[in-house]
Design a protein around this ligand. Structure first.
Ligand SMILES: [Ca+2]
Ligand SMILES: [Ca+2]
Length: 191
C-alpha cells in the first residue's frame, strides 16, 4: 500500500511545484459502505462493515449489493490531470471473472452511517468496466480519468463512486478495516 504521508503533497505543493516534483497525488476515500436489496426491504444500513460488497448473482435479485465510496479530489483543481486511477483492495470467489462497473453517483449527499439501498442516489450511465479474477485479496487498479476530470471541471470536487456488479461478486476492504490500512484511493497523475 502507498503510504498517505508519501503521496499527499498538499495544496501548496500542488499549486507551486513543477510537474516533475509532483508525479502523483492520492485522494483517499473519505466515506465508504455498501447497500443491499436485502430480501426485498432495502432498509438496512451496513455501516461500519470492514468488508464492503458488490454482487449480482444471476437469477437472484435478492443478493444484489452495490459498493459506494466518496473522495475529495478538489485539491487537484488547478492542475492538469494526465490520468486518474482508482485503487481498491479486494477479491472475487469467481476466478473465471467477476464483471464490475465503476459509475459516478449523481448526488454526494449521503453518509456511510445512514445509506441504504432504498436511499441510494441515481448513478450516471457512464461506466468503466473491470473484470476481477483474483481469488485472494490484491490491489486492483481501474482507470477513471474522465470521471475525475468531469468532477473537477463540472462538479464540486467531491466524487462519489459506485462499484456495481454486472455478474458475480467483488468484496473489498473498507476504511474501517485495520485502521484504514487498505482503504481505497484515487491516484492522480499530472502533465
Ligand atoms: Ca466505511
Ligand atoms: Ca460531486
Amino acid at each position: 500500500m502507498i503510504k498517505e504521508a508519501d503521496y499527499f503533497y498538499g495544496w501548496d505543493t500542488l499549486c507551486y511545484a513543477s510537474s516533475s516534483d509532483v508525479p502523483s497525488y492520492a485522494a483517499f476515500v473519505i466515506a465508504d459502505s455498501y447497500v443491499a436489496r436485502a430480501d426485498g426491504d432495502g432498509t438496512t444500513d451496513y455501516y461500519p462493515y470492514e468488508t464492503i460488497k458488490s454482487e449480482d448473482i444471476s437469477g437472484n435479485k435478492e443478493t444484489d449489493k452495490i459498493i459506494i465510496m466518496k473522495f475529495d479530489v478538489s485539491a487537484a483543481n488547478s492542475a492538469t490531470i494526465k490520468s486518474a486511477k482508482l485503487h481498491v483492495y479486494g477479491y472475487t470467489e469467481n476466478g473465471a471473472g467477476a464483471k464490475q462497473k465503476i459509475r459516478r453517483i449523481v448526488d454526494d449527499n449521503w453518509t456511510e452511517t445512514g445509506i441504504t439501498w432504498n436511499e441510494l442516489p441515481k448513478l450516471y450511465k457512464t461506466s468503466h468496466k473491470v473484470t476481477v479474477h483474483n481469488e485472494d485479496y490484491q490491489w486492483i487498479e481501474i482507470g477513471i480519468t474522465d470521471l475525475v476530470q468531469s468532477e473537477i471541471h463540472k462538479g464540486d470536487g467531491i466524487l462519489s463512486l459506485a462499484i456495481e456488479a454486472s455478474d458475480g461478486m467483488f468484496y473489498m476492504s473498507s476504511n474501517e478495516y485495520n485502521g484504514g490500512s487498505n482503504k481505497a484511493y484515487i491516484e492522480i497523475d499530472f502533465d
